[in-house]
Design a protein around this ligand. Structure first.
Ligand SMILES: *Cc1c(COP(=O)(O)O)cnc(C)c1O
Length: 452
């Protein structure tokens, strides 16, 4: 088989400012060993997140010029709604500025103290919005999700017996809805199978519960179904996406991922009464129902992005290029969370530098090392992000290399591989860190460190 190439040509370029190892040493110290404090211009390859960092197509830029900025009933809104009807099959759609705005509106309406929201794994903002409503957020991943070297094809699946046990324990009347995150972000971008979605749906039907998707990476999830699920290879991603959404009663979506835009989100609700209440809440804080806190041009960019993200050439390149990075790291002896996820590769930092104890943040040490060696920015997903006073230590110490969509070429990724392998060869020299200053919450964004 030939190389799967980037299915696009480059029309507009953005220079990368090259830095030397010495310059990066100074930058890292000035940032107190926290890459969130490094300026974007000082980064060579930025793998901090795949959210809102992708490149738009020429058709998206053209759509932005055609946009209608009318306050109410803009053409841009009708094109957005037409695209959502076409891809997701929902008649009604509310635009929001990003995923968490959709979450806030939804959980403010349905959540309250005493209520419980099950999910295969809550994304951090989803959990925060559930908890802010007074409800309890409960993660129900399958067992394989906890093992970094398990090659289960659908490691994002929800643990269905655990869901049934939870409903049994707390009672269906305390569960306003069951949520399934596709792909499972916290679990490494791992997909959920159609079979698992059908099983969750059956449990919801039995107890008369609504089922919602956190559908940020719906197209990547559908591609994995197309590739891995028996009997699905002959179906198009469009068909699979439609089946995923048809099964549900609503969805929250961050279009900064599979909407292929830099800002935007969607809230889908089938229930007419709940939809009306959500519309009122949207107007209160986001904007009128036909723009939801966005410019008309953002709606047009989303409308076009949803059409492009389900193309097989795009998805095959997208998933293959993420897997390429993962395979090459594994070949070099670097343990990653297997199998490779859709949008990111997670390095197992605990195994990368076993001489650094979790309390000295191996993930942070690797993230600092990647910046030193290659000017690469990645985020720690381990004891810095999840630890702290009174919180249990996470299962794994990870470093996430998130891949922005359509932004870097294979040679950029080859460079990332070379720098990571070089760091791995020097891993004995990596030093642990200690926190010298931290804010009361979400400390990974702001904390200052020193090397031990
Ligand atoms: C990014 C993300 C969100 C939140 O979306 P924002 O646009 O960042 O507010 C929610 N859930 C998942 C799974 C995500 O990846």
């Amino acid at each position: 088989m030939k190389t799967i190439i980037e299915p696009f040509k480059i029309k507009s370029v953005e220079p990368i400012r090259m830095t030397t190892r010495e310059e990066r040493e100074v930058i890292l110290r000035e940032a107190s060993f926290n890459v969130f404090k490094v300026a974007g211009r000082d980064v060579i390859i930025d793998l901090l997140t795949d959210s809102g960092t992708g490149a738009m197509s020429s058709e998206q830029w053209a759509a932005m010029m055609r946009a209608d900025e009318s306050y109410a009933g803009a053409d841009s809104f009708f094109r957005f709604r037409k695209s959502v009807r076409d891809i997701m099959g929902y008649e009604q759609a509310l635009p929001t500025h990003q995923g968490r705005a959709s979450e806030r509106i939804l959980f403010k309406l349905i959540g309250e103290p005493g209520k419980v929201i099950p999910n295969n794994a809550h994304f951090d903002t989803t959990r925060a919005n559930v908890e802010d409503s007074g409800s309890e957020a409960i993660d129900l991943p399958i067992e394989e999700a906890k093992n970094s070297s398990s090659n289960h094809p659908f490691k994002g699946n929800m643990n269905v017996p655990a869901l049934e046990a939870l409903i049994e324990r707390v009672g269906a009347d305390r569960i306003p809805l069951v949520m399934v995150t596709v792909t499972n972000n916290s679990g490494g971008g791992q997909p959920v199978s159609l079979e698992n979605l059908r099983q969750v749906r059956a449990v919801c039907d039995k107890h008369n519960l609504p089922m919602f998707l956190d559908a940020c990476r719906f197209a990547e999830n559908a591609w994995f179904i197309h590739q891995r699920e028996p009997g699905q290879e002959g179906r198009s991603v469009r068909e699979i996406v439609r089946e995923m959404f048809d099964m549900c009663d609503g969805a929250t979506i961050s279009a900064k991922k599979d909407g292929l835009v830099n800002i935007g989100g969607v809230l889908l609700i089938r229930d007419e009464e709940l939809f009306q209440r959500a519309s009122t809440s949207l107007i209160l804080t986001e904007g009128f129902v036909t723009y939801g806190g966005l410019a008309g041009r953002d709606l047009d960019a989303m409308a076009q992005g949803f059409q492009e993200v389900v193309e097989h050439d795009y998805l095959s390149y997208r998933i293959r290029s993420t897997e390429y990075l993962g395979t090459r790291l594994l070949d070099a002896g670097i343990q990653i969370v297997e199998p490779a996820g859709g949008h990111a590769i997670f390095i197992d930092a605990g195994k990368f530098c076993p001489h650094i104890e979790p309390e000295h943040f191996p993930g942070q040490a690797v993230a600092c090392g990647l910046f030193r060696y290659g000017g690469i920015r990645a985020s720690e997903i381990g004891s810095v992000m999840f630890g702290g006073e009174g919180r249990p230590r996470p299962n794994m110490e990870l470093v996430r290399l998130a891949i922005p969509r359509r932004t870097y070429t294979q040679s950029h990724i080859d460079y990332v591989i070379e720098a990571t392998v070089e760091l791995f060869q020097d891993r004995d020299k990596l030093k642990g860190l200690r926190i010298v200053e931290e804010p009361p919450s979400l400390r990974h964004f702001q904390a200052r460190f020193e090397e031990i």
